[in-house]
Design a protein around this ligand. Structure first.
Ligand SMILES: CCCCCCCC(=O)SCCNC(=O)CCNC(=O)[C@H](O)C(C)(C)COP(=O)(O)OP(=O)(O)OC[C@H]1O[C@@H](n2cnc3c(N)ncnc32)[C@H](O)[C@@H]1OP(=O)(O)O
Length: 92
């Protein structure tokens, strides 16, 4: 079975890339993952990332991890990304 942290990395990467595409530079503020069914090691899965809403600096994204045919739901996630400036990245 795949580890929860590895699954979270996959989800953070996909939703973070999606949020960056929509909103420019962002950081993950919140990642809320419900693990519904285990992911067998070595299996191929589908990640579907959707924009829920944008409110000012906040970009809310949802993400489902399913089997490739969509029949098995592995995880459901809601994520919040906050737009940041270059100075935030430098610790300012
Ligand atoms: C491959 C490409 C991937 C790209 C994406 C990569 C994403 C990452 O993994 S980044 C690494 C992990 N994330 C981090 O280390 C982030 C650490 N946290 C931070 O730096 C800051 O807390 C940060 C930037 C998220 C927010 O700080 P800051 O910009 O000062 O915002 P702040 O003023 O506290 O809050 C702004 C608003 O967001 C809300 N907010 C902030 N954090 C949260 C949170 N965790 N949950 C809910 N709401 C939040 C605040 O309530 C506030 O709301 P409102 O304006 O309505 O009052």
């Amino acid at each position: 079975m795949s580890m929860g942290g590895a699954i979270a990395t996959m989800i953070d990467t996909v939703t973070g890339t999606h949020a960056t595409f929509l909103s420019g530079p962002v950081m993950t503020a919140n990642l809320n993952i419900n693990y519904r069914r285990p992911i067998p090691l070595g299996s191929t899965v589908l990640l579907e990332s959707s924009l829920e809403k944008k409110e000012g600096r906040k970009t809310f994204i949802t993400c489902r991890v399913t089997s490739t045919d969509g029949s098995k739901l592995h995880t459901e996630t809601s994520a919040l990304f906050l737009s940041i400036t270059a100075s935030h990245l430098l610790g300012g």
